[in-house]
Design a protein around this ligand. Structure first.
Ligand code: CA
Length: 654
């Protein structure tokens, strides 16, 4: 620490008293703190030789004080080492350990403590959060706004998802994180006028290392920057970023979210904490795809009431839509799930009227006789939008929820998919949490859909399975454009949306068309190997696959065989190669230690690529899925394999 303090101190002698640096254990990441002329705490982040976040603001404006100016650094703690080893059965990595340096800085206003900011810096992540102090006899406050900003260097390009306009879209269900990403876009835009959702990715042009030895961990080229937040529960709101002259600034939910109910400014007890703001950094995309920062900084909020089971799930709605949610077709899908050896069937909207509670109990029992567990869809509403599908009005109030959960447990349902929760307000976060907590009492797993981004929830809530929070497979059924660019999105999710949390995408269709007869509707332009590859690329512990019963006879046998044995529980993930918007190649390791390598090509041309395969032995025989077929191939002596991935096609090596 002292070495870096001196470095900064020499350069900024006059303000040395307020200048501090926190470094990562390997010394490669540096967070520099200073105070502006107006008394606003500022920070910058350096990765290797490259400044990735230029001098940017810290501070909060609260109802107990404006803590964005006239502040002084009152004290700084010693640097402490935070390290932990933990396991996570329901996320992209099972056995996780981290070591980070932590340091807390206390800022005062008028001689009284205003807030702390604690930095947690590991070799590829910077995280920080505020602790606001009581002021006189005030033990609670609203945080009206947060000054935290991220100033990216000029020339930085962006990979961002515009925030949706509240109370728009289907039945006023927005915002739900379902807009298109832009790839390598210039800075300057503010989305559709209201900023961008987390996670947000940037590509900063790296400085050429002045001293190659000192910068041994950084290759000249790009630094990838991923912004997100974690530890968001009922004690705060979810945030997004707004672009103000290339300063991306934390923004809170908008008034119209949640039907206009609930306030935008989060309220906290004092002393109280904000969520952690996270910045993941890499000279390749590997540290982004592999980061665990969103779980390192949270704790389980309760014990799992039982060992939750994960698995593959059939789902009729994606191909056959609402009309399929009837007794006979769901029975057909139970038989299909059983034939595939899958663990679950998700029965979607309108089952309450088309099947009814009594006959649903019969279906669940029939499914149990076939070793298939049932997930049931619920409308979250409620008073916040007009989504009409039933069952509705069953979950948003505690007493009703307990009655419903008791029935679900009695008939043997395993989980719920809860749809249409368009808000990031604190009141909404409290509802997400209440549903999860109560569901755990009844041993029920939860998937949220049409919803917010999970922010640490895989670890915080043991029965949490996934959130949608992505422009997911339903859009492949709704419109051709999403099909035409299907592969594009697959190249970014593993390093961005799916990197920070489980993702309920609902993909891997083997139908040529999104319709029951497989002969009309939107046309899939991706290959069958592509469908297999995304089953590996997209991660969630209960995967709702878009396969249909007809695929057993009309899809290639090798594809069906692969989907019968495809895993959904992973021990590890390794980014291998790729560029968002062009192609991606990723490896995942099963609980039993077996590796799968999967890739897709979104470019218009075939992609010739030599895939490094360090996880396989030289000369090892593997199965290679490529060009709509499967063959046996040998890993080269140099542990690699040269393949040509077709446009809109994929590769899988197992
Ligand atoms: Ca949706």
């Amino acid at each position: 620490m002292n070495k870096f303090f001196l470095t900064v101190g020499c350069a900024l002698l006059a303000s040395a008293i307020n200048a501090q640096t926190v470094t990562s254990p390997d010394g490669n990441v540096k967070v520099n703190l200073s105070i502006s002329d107006s008394g606003q705490p500022m920070y910058s982040v350096v990765f290797g030789e490259t400044t990735v976040i230029e001098n940017s603001a810290l501070g909060l404006n609260t109802t107990v004080g404006d803590f964005t100016k006239s502040l002084a650094l009152a004290k700084s703690s010693e640097v402490s080492v935070a390290s932990e080893t933990y396991s996570l059965p329901n996320a992209k990595k099972q056995n996780i350990s981290y070591t980070a340096n932590e340091q807390t800085f206390t800022y005062s206003k008028d001689g009284k403590s205003a807030f702390d900011v604690t930095f947690h810096v590991d070799n590829n992540n910077v995280a920080f959060r505020y602790k606001v102090y009581p002021q006189r006899d005030r033990l609670a406050c609203l945080v009206n706004s947060e000054a935290t900003s991220y100033t990216l260097p000029s020339g930085t390009t962006t990979f961002l998802c515009p925030a949706m306009t509240p109370q728009t879209g289907f039945a006023r269900t927005a915002p739900s994180y379902e807009t298109f990403y832009e790839y390598d876009a210039e800075m300057g835009k503010n989305g559709h006028g209201r900023g961008f959702t987390f996670p947000a990715m940037f590509k900063v042009t790296a400085a050429q290392p002045a001293n190659a030895k000192k910068a041994k961990n950084v290759q000249p080229g790009n630094v990838w920057v991923l912004l997100c937040e974690t530890n968001v529960d009922g004690s705060y709101c979810g945030s997004r970023i707004e672009n103000k002259e290339n300063k991306y600034t934390i923004a809170y939910p908008e008034d119209k979210e949640f039907g206009g109910v609930g306030q935008c400014a989060p309220g906290i007890m004092l002393p109280g904490y904000t969520p952690w703001r996270t910045i993941t950094l890499g000279s390749t995309l590997a540290p982004l795809a592999e980061t665990t920062i969103m779980w390192d900084l949270v704790k389980p909020q309760y014990e799992a009431s039982q060992t939750y089971k994960y698995g593959r799930s059939a789902w009729s709605w994606i191909i056959r839509m609402d009309a399929s949610c009837n007794y006979d077709e769901q029975k057909e899908y139970i038989d299909f799930a059983a034939a595939m050896g899958w663990e679950y069937l998700l029965i979607d909207a309108l089952w309450d009227s088309n099947i009814g509670y009594e006959r649903m109990a019969e279906l669940v029992s029939y499914a149990k006789s076939k070793n298939v567990g049932i997930y049931l869809w619920y409308n979250s509403n409620g008073y916040w939008n007009d989504a009409p599908q039933g069952p509705r009005g069953k979950l948003h109030r505690m007493n009703d929820r307990h009655k419903e959960f008791a029935w679900l447990k009695k008939v043997g349902v395993k989980g719920l998919k809860i749809d249409f929760i368009g808000s990031d307000k604190q009141q909404t976060m409290q509802m997400y949490e209440d549903i999860l907590v109560d569901a755990n009492d009844y041993g029920l797993e939860i998937i949220f859909h049409g919803c917010t981004l999970p922010r640490g929830w895989e670890r915080m809530y043991p029965n949490f399975i996934s959130c949608e929070a992505v422009r997911a497979s339903e859009n492949l059924s709704f419109g051709q454009h999403d099909n035409d660019i299907e592969a594009l999105a697959a190249t970014i999710h593993p390093v961005l949306r799916n990197a920070v949390g489980n993702m309920d995408f609902g993909g891997s269709a083997l139908n040529k068309f999104y319709s029951k007869g497989n002969n009309r509707g939107q046309h899939r332009v991706t290959s069958d190997v592509y469908a297999l590859a995304t089953a590996i690329l997209f991660q969630t512990p209960v995967q709702n696959f878009a396969l249909a019963p007809n695929n057993i006879t009309d899809a290639p046998a090798w594809a069906i065989d692969f989907m019968k044995s495809v895993p959904v529980e992973w021990k590890d993930v390794k980014f291998i190669d790729g560029y968002p918007g062009k192609y991606i190649i990723l490896a995942r390791q099963t609980k039993d230690g077996k590796w799968y390598v999967a890739g897709v090509n979104a470019t218009k041309e075939p992609l010739k690529v030599n895939i490094p395969l360090a996880m396989f032995n030289a000369g090892q025989e593997v199965k290679l899925y490529l060009n709509d077929g499967v063959s046996t191939a040998k890993v080269s002596k140099k542990q690699s394999m040269l393949v040509t991935i077709p446009s809109n096609g994929g590769v899988v090596i197992e």
